[in-house]
Write a protein that binds this ligand. Sequence first.
Ligand SMILES: Nc1nc2c(ncn2[C@@H]2O[C@H](COP(=O)(O)OP(=O)(O)O)[C@@H](O)[C@H]2O)c(=O)[nH]1
Ligand SMILES: [Mg+2]
Length: 395
Amino acid sequence: MTLRKPRKKISVMIVGNHSAGKSSFINWYIGESIQKTGVAIETRGFTFVTSGKKRETLQGDATVRFYDHLNSFGDFNGIMANLFTEISTSRDKNFSCVDLIDTPGLVDGDMQYPFNVQDAIVWMADHVDLILIFFDPIGQATCKRCMEVVERLNNGPHLEKIHYFMSKADAVDKEHDRQRVLIQITQNLATRIRNSHAFNLPTFYLPRDEAADCTIPNAIEDVCKEIDKSINMTVQKNLKQLKTDCERILARTVEVKEKDRAQKATNVQRTMQGVLLSLLTLAAAALMGMVFTTRFIDTLCSEALLGHLCDNGAARAMHHLQPTVTDNFNGLFGAAAGLVLVLMIVTKLTWRVQPVLNKKQLQQIDSYAQVVKRIAEQEDNLYKDYFKTLSTMEH
Ligand SMILES: Nc1nc2c(ncn2[C@@H]2O[C@H](COP(=O)(O)OP(=O)(O)O)[C@@H](O)[C@H]2O)c(=O)[nH]1
Ligand SMILES: [Mg+2]
């Protein structure tokens, strides 16, 4: 029986063209300048930004150890030197429940990535809870690499995880420019993605002093809401998983005990059959002895040997039978010996007891069941607590 321990945090992967504001968004979300931002192509690798007790940077090897479910990510040629974890002490927003994954900025042209960047993003998509795709209106939002990644992600099994946004909306001055860019991105995507009719591309920008008088609607709250929603869904999923795991363990303990009971009943039956067969074997052996004794009764009853024991009915009967037995000695003795052999084999085959649980082991199983029952009760309370936080969040 395999059970997987639930992950404590959700993972949010941010994908987009180079300079779409991925790193800036992460810095804004955690309220700390952890990721380098700027026009140069700063982020060539993957960076996990996570909350912790101490500010720390982990290199590739430590990162795959830290996130052991990502072990095979290291198989991508060239990734290890371009994989980092930034641990920040920030507790801003819901950062303590989130791992933010900054991905390499996508650009076209002869830009050399140290590993297959598209494959790596698509691989990572299998291991995250939420994928935020940022397009920026002044950069290469519709670059080939970017569109290809979007198309591949969209054709994968993760449709419901993916959310698209137009970032840096304040970078365009006029509303009609923003509309034009929106249309351009949407049209470009329409040919590549499923459900494109239901496609919407909220625009956001980071709240900054320079953007204070910007009148463009800012959907930055929606980006945060997607993250919150994903956290809530994961909480529900984990609670549900905990419940099913508890049920599975309890069912297994019942199953093990039942099997043990059945095994014990079978063992009793087999032991009884074994004892009976052993007695029959003994009887056959006695018969063999009697045939032998009858054959040689004269010799055995000679004074020198056991003469003093021969004055009884049995010895007389043997004397009486001796000529017949002597004539057929080989056949009779062989048959009796054969019977002994056959009975011994049958006894051995029948009297095979299966391993059963001892008292201590049974007590241990009972104690497991008790612990799991207690956890199931706690799960119930956790659910109630969770609903309570939801209702306080709403009001
Ligand atoms: N006007 C504006 N500029 C932004 C915004 N977010 C990021 N930037 C700028 O865009 C540039 C690229 O941002 P960066 O986070 O490095 O993009 P990345 O390549 O996707 O990580 C930087 O100079 C940022 O200051 C935004 O919301 N509005
Ligand atoms: Mg960046």
